[in-house]
Write a protein that binds this ligand. Structure first.
Ligand code: GDD
Ligand code: MN
Length: 370
């Protein structure tokens, strides 16, 4: 018995006009081949006639409708669609005919012959392209948005919504946590395929004729949040350190600004130096609590703030102490005092980070399993 070969998962929201056109084209492409296929429409009930349209189509084509009422969104719709798929290869594509169904064969072949583990329909490789009607700003937006994703995955078009993989290679559902549109990027990062096993096939991306795109500013912001998550997944420690440094730099600016402000109001400089520390350290603590270590368990605010402030004083002493010791005992540093200053700041920053990482925002203590 030969098993089903290709499952095509199509997320839809208000696509009643496009679904029949798409299904017809997919069928035209695949009936002349030996491949067996199914189409799964993963619909977030949108109040149009999608259901009737699909019922009618299901009588003529191998089509199933998944009507979703909870956890709405493009990415979860795709994941749910893949979950009920039965084909060896799963291909995800948009309903609006932006993705040429003819390319399904190229993608499926690479997967079924095991020549690749993940295949993406790509606009930015030779032979691929965009609709000529795209205005320059939309094109620029797409290129700029693509750049940070290229660091994560070695692809020209990591944002594509047209992609495929073997169902057996789907990463475990528990590790998937996409927000927004970029489910392909999520799967690529989480599945951890080797670079040589990921391939791009050129596609010509067409603008939709019926209906409207659901890409909004909110989705673009979601994309940024999603990127942050993926970077964190790929390089957890580096991202924590980078965020910690970024927060620290902002804190330093607040510190200096408050210090200068207090002096301008006639506060003695030693007192000003001490007072400006409070808003700066509070700012740093708050941002590290919500951002840098936002994924760590939340501890009571007042106690943690106190711990952080005291920890930072100790850090400050480390900075000052390093400076004092270095200039006192090492003549090189005495001649180059600015270097001693910087060395002190570096020592204190490392110290502060370790303190935050290991104590103040520490991970949950693993429970004994017995
Ligand atoms: N089930 C479900 N739920 N489907 C959705 C939802 C939702 O909340 N939002 C959008 N869709 C479906 C649409 O009906 C369409 O079939 C597909 O997802 C893509 O949505 P569009 O609104 O047409 O997106 P786009 O054209 O702006 O973006 C496409 O191109 C991008 C590259 O430029 C998508 O393929 C993106 O993934 C891709 O990055
Ligand atoms: Mn579209």
């Amino acid at each position: 018995m030969s098993s089903l070969q290709i499952s095509i998962v199509v997320p839809t929201y208000g696509e009643e006009k496009n679904i029949p056109l798409l299904v017809d084209r997919i069928d035209n492409v695949l009936t002349n081949t030996d491949y067996s296929y199914e189409i799964i429409i993963s619909d977030d009930v949108s109040g149009d006639n999608t259901e009737q349209v699909c019922q009618e189509l299901a009588q003529r084509f191998p089509l199933r409708l998944l009507s979703r009422t909870e956890n709405r969104g493009l990415s979860p719709a795709v994941i749910d669609g893949i979950t009920i798929a039965t084909g060896d290869a799963v291909i995800v594509m948009d309903a609006d005919l932006s993705h040429p169904p003819e390319k399904i064969i190229d993608i499926a072949e690479l997967l079924l012959k095991k020549e690749a583990d993940f295949v993406v329909g790509s606009r930015y490789v030779k032979g691929g392209g965009l609709d000529e009607s795209w205005p320059w700003w939309r094109w620029l937006n797409s290129i700029i948005a693509t750049l940070p994703a290229r660091w994560l995955v070695p692809l020209a078009d990591p944002m594509s919504g047209f992609f495929g993989l073997r169902r057996a290679d789907m990463p475990a559902m528990e590790i998937l946590s996409p927000i927004g549109y970029k489910i392909g990027l999520e799967l690529l990062v989480k599945s951890g395929f080797r670079k040589e096993r990921v391939r791009e096939v050129p596609i010509l991306f067409r603008d939709r004729i019926h209906g409207e795109s659901k890409m909004t500013l909110r989705e673009q912001l979601n994309y940024l949040r999603h990127l942050r998550r993926l970077y964190h997944y790929r390089w957890p420690k580096y991202i924590e350190i980078l965020q910690f440094l970024a927060v620290g730099s902002c804190g330093l600016i607040i510190d200096i600004a408050c210090y200068l402000l207090l002096i301008a109001f006639g506060t003695p400089h030693l007192i000003a130096r001490a007072c400006s520390y409070v808003p700066a350290v509070t700012f740093n603590w708050l941002l590290n609590r919500t951002m840098t270590f936002g994924h760590r368990p939340r501890r009571p605010q007042l106690a943690q703030w106190l711990q952080y402030s005291v920890g930072s004083i100790v850090g400050f002493c480390a900075s000052w102490g390093t400076y004092a010791l270095a200039t006192q005992y090492i003549s090189f540093f005495d001649e180059h005092r600015l270097l001693a200053f910087i060395t002190g700041v570096v020592v204190a920053t490392v110290f502060n980070f370790l303190l935050s990482d290991l104590l103040i925002f520490r991970k949950a203590t693993p429970k004994n399993s017995d």
